[in-house]
Ligand binder design. Structure first.
Ligand SMILES: Cc1cc2nc3c(=O)[nH]c(=O)nc-3n(C[C@H](O)[C@H](O)[C@H](O)COP(=O)(O)OP(=O)(O)OC[C@H]3O[C@@H](n4cnc5c(N)ncnc54)[C@H](O)[C@@H]3O)c2cc1C
Length: 297
């Protein structure tokens, strides 16, 4: 029995781990040259910066076990349970669940989970057909672990149609030194452009003078100008922007995954409410279910 998992985000890697643990031959194919998907921590000015997911939360017992493993090896740390809220010129705080961060960047956590798996990077899958066939080759099952619009580019799956996905422009800004009063991150409510600003040095724990702003649109220069105005900051030394066309679905779903009778299965954070933990759970549950289905024929 063999399964192809398309997408090396946390959902695809979690799914592949479950399949491999059950003795199923599994290959992960990823179009990017790195593992992690929207958990993305490129090195900017020689230091990783989280340009996708800002942090993760932990509710699920199974995910808590994974996080314990990361914590015991120093890969993650608790960051904060209180974020600032900036709205109409006022600044307050909002308590919430504990947010976890990774000193080396969130992307490294997915790479850690992928240890020992057969992951082909720089491998874009171009077609998936019932059978299933992946790029014309037969396999016992294929898992598409990615946002709905990316599924739609590969196969006509009715379940992946019709939902709107929000886009996000993430802009990392670095200064020579810290010129702001410490804060972990702030939700920015009611702003025409900005939705949040996070202190990357605070969450990473190295105190680096780096902020990451998330915006609904605009250009990187407009986002920098808006963040400077909001927090009364000078011009940054360097700026790096990344556009996420499918950052998160506008609405969630109740089902954790879809395992079609045609051998084509769907997983990811679109199955549930869009979060790192949701994506992990979706991939893990699907992997377990698929392994059982393949074992019983
Ligand atoms: C800006 C931003 C901020 C966020 N903030 C938070 C947060 O603070 N907390 C939180 O919990 N979550 C947050 N999230 C959401 C979180 O990042 C996602 O829920 C999670 O990473 C989704 O994982 P995934 O595996 O489902 O999908 P992805 O990580 O998107 O993985 C899909 C993978 O499939 C690959 N792929 C697609 N098509 C093909 C193809 N044809 N061939 C090969 N490979 C393909 C892609 O390259 C990608 O690597 C944020 C996301 C963004 C973008």
């Amino acid at each position: 029995m063999s399964v192809v998992v398309v997408g090396a985000g946390i959902a695809g890697i979690a799914c592949a781990r479950e399949l491999a643990a059950a003795g199923v031959a599994v290959q992960v194919r990823e179009r990017a040259d790195r593992i992690g998907g929207r958990m993305c921590s490129p090195e900017l000015d020689g230091r990783p910066v989280d340009l996708g997911a800002a942090y993760f939360t932990v509710r699920d017992d199974g995910f808590a076990g994974v996080v314990d493993g990361w914590r015991s090896r120093g890969l993650v740390r608790t960051w904060t349970d209180t974020l600032d809220v900036i709205e109409n010129g006022t600044r307050g705080t909002a308590p919430g669940p504990m947010r976890w961060a990774a000193p080396g960047g969130l992307g490294g956590l997915v790479a850690d989970l992928a240890t020992g798996l057969d992951v082909r990077l720089g491998h874009t899958v171009r077609s998936v057909e019932p059978g299933p066939l992946v790029d014309g080759e037969p396999t016992d099952a294929v898992v598409l672990a990615m946002p709905d619009p990316q599924v739609g580019a590969l196969v006509d799956a009715p379940a992946a149609r019709g939902r709107e996905w929000r886009s996000v422009l993430a802009v990392a800004m670095r200064w020579r030194e810290r010129v702001w009063a410490p804060f972990p991150a702030a939700f920015v409510n009611g702003h025409p452009l900005l939705t949040s600003v996070a202190d990357d040095g605070d969450r990473r724990g190295d105190g680096a003078p780096v902020l990451v702003a998330h915006a609904t649109g605009g250009s990187p220069a407009e986002v920098v100008a808006a963040a400077r105005e909001l927090l009364d900051l000078p011009e940054p030394e360097s700026v790096h922007a990344h556009h996420w066309p499918h950052a998160a679905p506008v609405d969630g779903r109740d089902e954790p995954y879809l395992a079609g009778a045609d051998g084509i299965a769907l997983a990811g954070d679109g199955w549930g409410s869009s979060r790192v933990e949701t994506a992990w759970r979706s991939g893990s549950l699907l992997g377990r279910a698929l392994a059982q289905r393949l074992a019983t024929g």
